[in-house]
Design a protein around this ligand. Structure first.
Ligand code: SF4
Length: 817
């Protein structure tokens, strides 16, 4: 049998093999990477003569494996397989000239190490023991002193634990640990071998759609060669399958280890799941996991505390079996994960993360790769070079999502609310009251705030942050000691908000952040706003060996080039639309829709909608930039046409959304009013005659707000465009993309706003469009010409017969002739 080789850091090895006991999130104690480095250096410098810092250790072991039986040696029997494991790591410090030799592992943290869950201590000792085993291979000694030193960054105190270990005991420990890893590795390798025999299956959709082959080839080349590619591919080309199929082909032979399909929206996740099912239908075997947000899949809604959650208690002792049984089916979507989790009494969220280790494809939100608080450390913090491929769906969303992920805010009122929930006299209540006082002192330290209501600065509020750190330490101590359910429920949301705020402060950099303090309408809020997400997105992208970023709308290129954080040598491609351009009629209606003009022109807009809808029987959707504007025009439209519309309403849940979309069927005549950039503005798929017309009212400019104004100020000359105009046009183009979904679709797109006729906006429209500027008085005529497929000249002569909208509709549909 072929040898199996693996190279792994000692830290990763113990994490893979030695976790046991409970999930316990009551105390994280985590310090940042930078704080950790500084803490390490501070102690290492203080250790004095004879101390060798950062000593490298490495060693390779050969093992013969058959099922669960593992033994050291490379003389395999007939049924055994040789596994070669190369370990490497760096010991924080060694006193090699002492007898016995001493070595230490330093761990920096915030808070008292006694609060760390037992499972963490076990990992730290495990790491130290494996290091010691590797070190003893280089040193002539039968025993060694192991020292585990925790440095509490809050008070600078060292907490040291020591033990003397013999060469023989360390060797036994090493064999036991590596044997566990070998078993996992052999099971995984067996799966990979089986999977690889199926990856040559044909493209699941039969023939490639026009343009899809070029997309797939580019994605495949990038997945194999590494680097980054940014693909603008029009709606309907089949982007998800076009990138996922080639990316999984790159897994063959271990070229890449995993594909992460990163998406911003539920619909993107569903499309990826469906693509995987299509691959399965043509015989491809792939293990996939969908990671759903913790708050959505949590069975209990409590804290991850073994004392209150049975799914947390003993999780690590049951997880291996649960993961193995979960993969009785290849695709683990949310439902499948929940089913297995209930059967094994394990946390569904943690199970999805553990299953992801054994998966080939992981479907998850952007934040699991990019968010500094929740990114998947188990994959991305390994020292080994990254073997992953990122497929980033609808990547135009990443700019704003990046800003969200890298920003944080705190509201004084939430502390007072939590205090009411916890009880003012309780310890937690008193802590929250103290935090409230810190807010008040912070407010006092800003003399301009009372007058201006808002103060912005490029400086971090350092004193306030230091106090919040104290809050985190004390809250963790209380959580660790145990709180009753109500108090814990009151404290946890605030605690998580503060942790995020403090972590965001650690990434704060005056070149990319602005501090905002607001005291308005009896609300006092502090926010660390990431105005430029590019550097941190860059860090996220570096977690993959290859990234394919794709979207239907990525122009202007300079905007995304500046903000997505892609490498300078990233390749950019824009694929042409696969659909006949004459199937899309684009009309620019120069009606004023600026905020001030809305009341005045609402009736004219309503009239244009009536004309648009009557010109072609079928389903139409009109998109507005705000609910207020939507309602205003809806009133005029009802008065003008007497027809009802299907309104998008605020807070529509999944069911309401589906019900709304279900009204748009072939043969129905529904007019929908919806919000640009809302739940129907992106990701809906009403192919064929389910949608014949889309009208977009306004240029999509977002509502003015402090953060956007700061963005504008930050980017100087380009500011107005970066903050308002480009994001607005992005929404318009995404919305327009709802219309033509297949080669056979034919539809009318009407953009209503005088600004659309300006060169600036015309340049932002796809080159495949041939927009016509049409005055409202001639709109009916132009639509009629389009729907009849007639030339403008003949349409003009037909229109001169003064047909009404209704007549035009009848004529276009062929009814009554
Ligand atoms: S079920 Fe909920 S509370 Fe329990 S461990 Fe999982 S996420 Fe935490």
């Amino acid at each position: 049998m072929e040898e199996l080789t693996a190279s792994i850091s000692v830290k990763a090895l113990v994490q893979h093999t030695l976790m046991s006991g409970d999930i316990d999130d009551r105390y994280s104690g985590r310090s940042t990477a930078l704080e950790g480095i500084r803490g390490h250096q501070q102690l290492q410098r203080a250790r004095g003569q004879g101390y060798e810092a950062e000593r490298r250790v490495a060693g390779t072991g050969r093992f013969a494996v058959c099922g669960d039986r593992v033994r050291e040696g490379d003389d395999p029997g007939a049924d055994e397989r040789v596994v070669v494991v190369a370990l490497n790591g760096r010991v924080d410090g060694v006193f090699a000239d002492r007898s016995p030799v001493e070595m230490e592992e330093i761990k920096t943290l915030r808070g008292n190490p006694a609060m760390l869950p037992e499972s963490h201590h076990k990992l730290h000792w495990g790491q130290l023991r494996i290091y010691a085993h590797l070190l003893l291979a280089e040193i002539d000694s039968d025993s060694i002193v192991l020292r585990l030193c925790y440095l509490n960054l809050d008070d600078g105190q060292e907490h040291t634990y020591e033990t003397l270990a013999s060469r023989a005991s360390l060797h036994d420990f090493y064999i036991d640990t590596v044997a566990r890893y070998c078993r996992q590795l052999v099971r995984l390798a067996d799966w990979w071998a089986l999977r690889d025999t199926t990856l040559g299956a044909p493209f699941p959709l039969g023939a490639f759609r026009p343009g899809q082959r070029a997309l797939a080839t580019t994605a495949w080349r990038t997945a194999i060669a590494g680097g980054e590619v940014v693909l603008q591919a029009p709606t309907g080309i089949g982007k998800t399958m076009g990138v996922l199929y080639p990316a999984v082909r790159a897994l063959e032979g271990g070229h890449r280890e995993k594909v992460f399909f990163l998406t911003a929206k539920t619909v993107g996740r569903q499309v990826a799941e469906s693509a995987l099912r299509d691959m399965q239908n043509v015989g491809m075997r792939l293990r996939s996991v969908t990671i759903t947000a913790k708050e959505k899949v949590c069975f209990t809604g409590t804290a991850c505390d073994p004392e209150v959650c049975q799914y947390a208690r003993g999780y690590f002792d049951r997880r291996e079996r649960a993961v193995r049984e979960a993969f009785a089916t290849d695709h683990l979507d949310r439902e499948a994960i929940e089913q297995v989790a209930r059967a094994h009494v394990v946390c569904p969220f943690e199970l999805s993360l553990d299953a992801a280790r054994a998966a080939d494809v992981i479907i998850c939100d952007y934040n699991y790769a990019f968010d500094p608080v929740v990114y998947l450390r188990r994959f991305f913090d390994a020292d080994d070079s990254s073997p992953y491929v990122f497929l980033i769906d609808e990547v135009h969303n990443l700019v704003d999502r990046g800003r969200e992920m890298f920003s944080a805010g705190l509201d004084k009122e939430t502390f007072l609310e939590a205090r009411r929930g916890a009880g003012p006299a309780s310890r937690v209540g008193k802590l929250l009251m103290r935090a409230n006082r810190w807010f008040l002192e912070f407010r006092k330290s800003l003399p301009d705030l009372a007058e201006q209501g808002i103060v912005t600065s490029g400086e971090l509020p350092a004193r306030f942050i230091a106090r919040l750190r104290t809050f985190v330490s004390e809250a963790e101590e209380m959580l660790r000691e145990g709180l009753d359910d109500d108090t814990q429920a009151a404290l946890l949301p605030v605690y998580f908000d503060v942790v995020r705020f403090v972590r965001t402060a650690e990434a704060y950099d005056s070149a990319t952040y602005v501090s905002i303090v607001e005291d308005r309408k009896r609300r006092f809020r502090a926010r660390l706003f990431c105005v430029d997400p590019a550097p941190q997105l860059r860090e996220g992208l570096a977690r993959a060996a290859a990234s394919v970023l794709f979207s239907a709308t990525l122009f202007p290129k300079r905007y995304y080039e500046r903000l997505l954080g892609v490498r300078e040598d990233a390749q950019w491609y824009a694929l042409a639309s696969p659909f006949p351009s004459e199937n899309l009629g684009v009309f620019l209606l120069p009606i004023q829709t600026t905020f001030r003009a809305r009341e005045r022109t609402a009736s004219e807009v309503a009239g244009a909608i009536a004309t648009f809808v009557r010109a072609k029987p079928g389903n139409h959707i009109v998109f507005f930039p705000s609910y207020a504007y939507l309602s205003l025009v809806a009133e005029h439209y009802a008065a003008e046409s007497g027809e009802e519309v299907a309104h998008q309403t605020r807070h529509m849940d999944e069911e309401a959304r589906e019900a709304w979309l279900a009204r748009f069927q072939i043969g129905t005549r529904v007019t929908g009013f919806a919000l640009m950039g809302g739940i129907f503005g992106e990701g809906i798929d009403l192919a064929g005659d389910r949608l014949v017309g889309v009208m977009v009212v306004g240029v999509g400019i977002p509502q003015p707000e402090v953060e956007r104004d700061l963005t504008r100020d930050h980017f100087g000359e380009e500011g107005e465009r970066f903050a308002y105009q480009y994001p607005g046009m992005q929404r318009v183009l995404q919305t327009a993309g709802r219309l033509i979904r297949t080669e056979a679709d034919r539809g009318a797109l009407c953009l209503v706003d005088a600004r659309f006729t300006q060169p600036f906006y015309r340049e932002l429209m796809p080159s495949s469009w041939a927009p016509k500027v049409v005055q409202p008085a001639r709109f009916n005529e132009a639509l009629y010409a389009f729907w009849r497929g007639a030339t403008e000249t003949s349409a003009a002569s037909v229109a001169s017969s003064a047909m009404t909208g209704r007549d035009a509709a009848t004529a276009a549909s062929g009814e009554g002739t």
